[in-house]
Design a binder for this molecule. Structure first.
Ligand code: SAH
Length: 247
C-alpha cells in the first residue's frame, strides 16, 4: 500500500468531492488552514468526506472568512470501512477524547455512549467526541469516520437492538478460553463491542447481559483494565481474530 504523501495536510470536509469541483472552507476549517497550518494560494491539501475517497485540492484564494479551493485529482478511492459498533459507557471527560480517537483509529464504525447504572459521567459532549474522531481520521490517513450517537441508556439501546448483530460483552469475569472460542464463531457476523464504566457493570446488568442469546462475554486477560485500555485491547483482539486485520 503506497503511503500517501505525509507532508500534505489532510482535512475532513462534509461536502461532495468530485472531478473539477470547487469548494470553499469557512469557520473552523478556514481558520485552521489560514492561521494554524498557515497555507496560502497555490498550496495543496488532501480532502476526504467519508464517502468520495481522498482528493488533492489546491488553494485558489485565502479570504477573511472563506478559503476557496479546486480539486485537482482523486488520490485514493473510497474504501468500504469496517462494521463494528462500539457501545461504550462514558468515562471522565479527558479520557473520552482518547476513547473517540482510539475507537476511530482501531476501526469502530459507530460510537454509541451507553449510560449504565454505575456511569458517573452522563453529560457527554457529542460534538467534542465527533471532533476527536475527525482529528484521528485526519492524522491517521483514514478515509471514513465513525458515526457518533447521542448518549442513551443501555437498557433502551438493548430494547431496540437489531436481531442481526451480536454484542461482544467485555466482562472481566468471563472465561478466557470460552470467550476466544466464541469469538471465532462470530466470523462474518455483524458485531458490537460493549465496555463498562470505571466502576464496571453491576450484578443485575451483568446477569441481564449474560442471559441474552445475542451476547457473547469475552475476557480481555487476567488483569482488570481501565475502560479506555479495555477499548483498545478489545478492538485489537476482535480486529485480529475476526476483523479487518485479516484480508
Ligand atoms: N469492575 C472493575 C472495573 C471495570 S473496568 C473493577 O473490578 O474495578 C471497566 C470496563 O472495562 C469493564 O466494565 C469491562 O467492560 C472492561 N474490562 C476491564 N478489564 C477487563 C478484562 N480483563 N476482561 C474483559 N473486560 C474488561
Amino acid at each position: 500500500m503506497t503511503r500517501p504523501n505525509q507532508s500534505v495536510q489532510r482535512l475532513y470536509v462534509d461536502t461532495p468531492l468530485s472531478d473539477n469541483a470547487s469548494l470553499s472552507l469557512e469557520g473552523n476549517a478556514a481558520h485552521y488552514v489560514r492561521n494554524v497550518v498557515r497555507l496560502s494560494v497555490g498550496d495543496a491539501l488532501l480532502l476526504f468526506n467519508g464517502r468520495d475517497g481522498e482528493w488533492l485540492a489546491e488553494i485558489d484564494k485565502v479570504g477573511k472568512k472563506q478559503i476557496e479551493l479546486h480539486l485537482v485529482k482523486q488520490t485514493r478511492p473510497q474504501q468500504q470501512g469496517g462494521d463494528i459498533v462500539l457501545l461504550m459507557a462514558p468515562i471522565k471527560r479527558d479520557r473520552l477524547d482518547y476513547v473517540a480517537q482510539k475507537a476511530t483509529e482501531m476501526g469502530a464504525s459507530r460510537i454509541t455512549p451507553v449510560i449504565t447504572r454505575r456511569t458517573q459521567n452522563t453529560k457527554i459532549n457529542i460534538a467534542r467526541l465527533s471532533a476527536n474522531a475527525v482529528e484521528a481520521a485526519e492524522q491517521c490517513n483514514l478515509l471514513s469516520l465513525p458515526q457518533v450517537d447521542e448518549a442513551q441508556r443501555l437498557d433502551a439501546v438493548l430494547a431496540q437492538w437489531p436481531d442481526d448483530r451480536v454484542i461482544i460483552f467485555c466482562d472481566e469475569h468471563a472465561d478466557l478460553e470460552a470467550g476466544l472460542a466464541g469469538l471465532q464463531d462470530l466470523k462474518g457476523q455483524k458485531i458490537a463491542l460493549l465496555i463498562g464504566p470505571e466502576g464496571g457493570f453491576d450484578a443485575s446488568e451483568r446477569d441481564m447481559l449474560l442471559a441474552r442469546a445475542d451476547t457473547l462475554a469475552i475476557s480481555l486477560g487476567p488483569r482488570i483494565l481501565r475502560a479506555d485500555t479495555a477499548l483498545v485491547a478489545a478492538l485489537a483482539l476482535v480486529q485480529s481474530q475476526i476483523g479487518d486485520w485479516r484480508r
